[in-house]
Design a protein around this ligand. Structure first.
Ligand code: AMP
Ligand code: ZN
Length: 475
């Protein structure tokens, strides 16, 4: 099966055919850096990262751009409230983005352009639109002339006359038509500004993404993504600007993730019903948070609750325990071991992901593999069928790790504590105590052997005796 992607522009699933395979160009609207991002924003970053990883796994070379909106009303307002220079505030939250996105295993984009570093490209685009009669200046502001662009409303499926009802003109705006939107805003006292042909001013948000996308990825990109809330007006306006200027398509596939909700209401800064990623990562493991964000299909709503995060923590724990137990008992898989079952499960995973990145079904396949692994591993522990169970379990361990890797979950699930020097030291101590317990048992000092087991247990280290030896697991 070939990869199918739901395209917001056509409202149906389409075969994925990038313009210049194996290259894929992809742009995701990044954060406005005036605060820590919330779990709703994290859903967008994680989902898009999974899409990118899956494309790469499928053999594509992805050039991925995600911007920072680092000049904006919200940044200026927050900086004034905090009495902090606006650019310092923005730089702080760029760093915070990297820190928390890294923690969630969201890989860094090929390029993370900042709006403030692309003012020239933005001005060039506005000049072009003015020349083409698609934009006009009024009092230092420059507006896009919406009715002059024929395809306006096509992406979001809106009709111009319906839009007119919702459109408004703010005090001081001198638009020709309430539908028109600002490309460039004249400077207000005390606000950051740049020199333009229309005097001092700063760019509008929609303009930023058009200019940065076209500058880094060319006039037509393969995939443009963002949250559902960006379809209108942001992406509709980006499309009008870019197609208006180039007379070429702007994006081949438009991909939009559904909302993370709280009590079925969109999580958002303006409603105040949000949890920052910092709060959530203080309470839950990154593996559980990423797993949770991928547990629903990306286009469906996903409701946030402590219970959902606890469930994800348990699910991740079950995967970790199954794999770690098996690896310890099997004593290191034979490289390249595979089985019909593992091949079937990997094919089912691919089928799920090829169907518009259905991570929900893909995770279901991983759980089927985990159940099978537990069966095979137990059979091997009982020594019922020796080598063939070991081979089957080895193959499943390999498959589970590979599939988790494609979703960006493998390192998060298995790295905890083991990678650092302290972790290696503690592991060495546990192994030492297990050997001491074995010696105590051999010397028939059962009280001492039980004492070692119970004390380790109270430290969260559970020992399991198997015919093949004792292994330990951490809670
Ligand atoms: P912002 O910084 O507000 O522009 O948001 C960054 C990204 O997060 C955008 O792609 C938004 O569409 C997306 N987003 C915002 N709120 C939510 C939410 N509650 N659920 C899913 N995605 C969201
Ligand atoms: Zn954008």
């Amino acid at each position: 099966m070939t990869l199918k992607i739901y395209n917001t522009a056509t409202r149906r699933k389409e075969d994925f055919q990038p313009q210049n395979p194996p290259q894929v160009t992809m742009y995701n609207c990044g954060p406005t850096v005036y605060d820590y991002f919330h779990v709703g924003n994290a859903r967008n970053f994680v989902v898009v990262d999974a899409v990118r990883r899956y494309l790469e796994h499928s053999g594509y070379t992805v050039k991925f751009v995600q911007n920072f909106t680092d000049v904006d009303d919200k940044i200026i307002k927050r900086a004034n409230e905090k009495n902090e220079p606006w650019d310092r505030l923005a730089a702080r939250f760029v760093d915070a983005y990297y820190e928390k996105a890294d923690a969630l295993a969201v890989r860094r984009a090929t390029i993370h352009p900042k709006a403030t570093e692309h003012i020239k490209e933005m001005l060039d685009l506005v000049v072009k639109l003015v020349e083409k009669g698609l934009a006009y200046e009024k009092n230092g502001d420059v507006y896009y002339r919406v009715r002059a662009f024929k395809g306006y409303g096509e992406l979001s499926g809106k009709n111009i006359d319906d839009l007119l009802e919702g459109a408004r003109v703010d005090v001081g705006e001198l638009k020709e038509d309430p539908l028109d939107f600002a490309l460039w805003k004249a400077a207000k006292p005390g606000e950051p500004s740049w020199t333009s042909p229309w005097g001092e001013g700063r760019p509008g948000w929609h303009l930023e993404c058009s200019a940065m996308s076209m500058h880094h990825l060319g006039e037509t990109i393969d995939i443009h993504s963002g949250g559902h809330d960006l379809i209108f007006p942001h992406h509709e306006n980006e499309r009008a600007q870019s197609c208006g200027a180039t007379e070429k398509p702007f994006a081949k596939y438009w991909l939009h993730n559904g909302f993370l909700t709280i009590n079925t209401e969109k999580m958002s800064k303006s409603l105040g019903n949000f949890f920052t990623i910092n709060e959530v990562l203080d309470r839950f493991q990154p593996a559980a948070v990423r797993f949770y964000l991928l547990s629903a299909h990306y286009r469906h709503p996903l409701d946030y609750s402590d219970a959902a995060l606890e469930e994800a923590t348990n699910a991740v724990g079950r995967i970790r325990e199954a794999v770690v137990t098996a690896e310890k008992i099997l004593g290191g898989a034979v490289a390249g071991t595979t089985s019909d079952e593992a091949v079937r499960l990997e094919a089912e995973f691919k089928e799920a992901m090829d169907d518009d990145f259905n991570t929900q079904r893909a995770i279901g396949v991983i759980f089927e593999a985990v159940s099978l692994l537990n069966e095979k591993r137990q059979a091997y522990s009982r020594n019922a069928n020796g080598e063939s169970d070991k081979m089957a379990a080895d193959a499943l361990v390999g498959a589970i790790r590979r599939l988790l890797g494609i979703l960006g979950l493998e390192d998060l699930i298995f790295s905890a504590g083991a990678a650092d020097a302290d972790g290696a030291f503690s592991e060495g101590l546990v192994d030492l105590l297990i050997r001491a317990r074995k010696m105590a048992k051999e010397a028939k000092q059962f009280q001492l052997a039980d004492y070692i087991r119970d004390e380790l247990n109270s430290l969260g280290v559970r020992l399991q005796d198997h015919p093949t030896g004792t292994i330990w697991l951490k809670d």
